[in-house]
Design a protein around this ligand. Structure first.
Ligand code: SAM
Length: 234
């Protein structure tokens, strides 16, 4: 099966911390995880006393329905990984099977927390480019493995609208990775950066310590230019 749709696989807290170079100060702020799906980032953060809000269209579903959707993609994703093994760096995960097992563990951690987190307002069913939050509700919004990765599925206009919406609700936005599913730099990256610079944001590419797709160890960080200046002066 070709991975033509957006696959609901999730990463854990340590992966998020590394992909986004999150500091303790970042985590103490108001953080939005956008398109978090079955990631255990929120569950593990909550267990450590941080409060993250995650949004995803998946969250209209029950835990059992989400589990079934993730399981349904399992064989296709692991066989695709096996077929394209050379595109990835097998260090954090030694092979496609151990990666698959890690993703299952992550999903179970998420599912165990889902009902309680939903009741507490930590899991909110919503979709970019329209988020149910007022302007400046968050200090930081994160997009992991959605924007840029799914460049084929999400056209440039959808990327620009999504990033504008994230910058409406959060003072800073971080996006990872900047590569597409085929491991190439997203064709939307340059035009998104140009559009956001045109809107008055500072846009910076930053190397991080997370690399699974070969060459995919860069995140995008966007902030209001005045925000960057304020922090530099304080
Ligand atoms: C590959 S998963 C990544 C999950 C998580 N962010 C991680 O990195 O572990 C992509 C997620 O994006 C979600 N998604 C798809 N379209 C979306 C949209 N328009 N707005 C927000 N999330 C979306 C999917 O439901 C899925 O859970």
């Amino acid at each position: 099966m070709k991975l033509s749709s957006i696959i609901p696989w999730g990463r854990n807290f340590d992966e998020y911390r590394t992909m986004f170079a999150l500091s303790s100060a970042d985590l103490q702020g108001r953080v939005l995880g956008c398109g978090d799906g079955p990631a255990s980032f929120n569950a593990e953060a909550a267990a450590s006393g941080f409060r993250i809000i995650s949004i995803d269209p998946l969250y209209v579903h029950t835990a059992a329905e989400i589990e079934a959707q993730v399981q349904a993609t399992f064989d296709a994703v692991t066989s695709q990984l096996r077929a394209q093994k050379d595109q990835y760096l097998w260090e954090r995960f030694t092979d496609p099977d151990s990666l698959g097992e890690a993703r299952r563990t992550t999903m179970r951690r998420f599912l165990d927390d889902y009902e309680k987190g939903e009741q507490n307002g930590r899991y909110v069913a919503a979709s970019l480019p329209q988020l149910p939050f007022s302007d400046g509700s968050f200090d930081l919004a994160l997009s992991s493995h959605l924007l840029f990765l799914y460049s084929e599925q999400l056209p440039l206009a959808a990327h620009i609208a999504a990033v504008r919406e994230l910058l409406r609700v959060a003072r800073e936005v971080r996006i990872f990775p900047l590569l597409t599913l085929s491991g190439e730099l997203s064709p939307h990256l340059q035009p998104v950066c140009a559009a956001m610079r045109g809107d008055g944001y500072d846009v910076e590419k930053r190397n991080v310590d997370y690399e699974f797709q070969r060459g995919g160890n860069v995140m995008l960080r966007l902030r209001r230019a005045s925000e960057t200046l304020d922090r530099a002066e304080s």
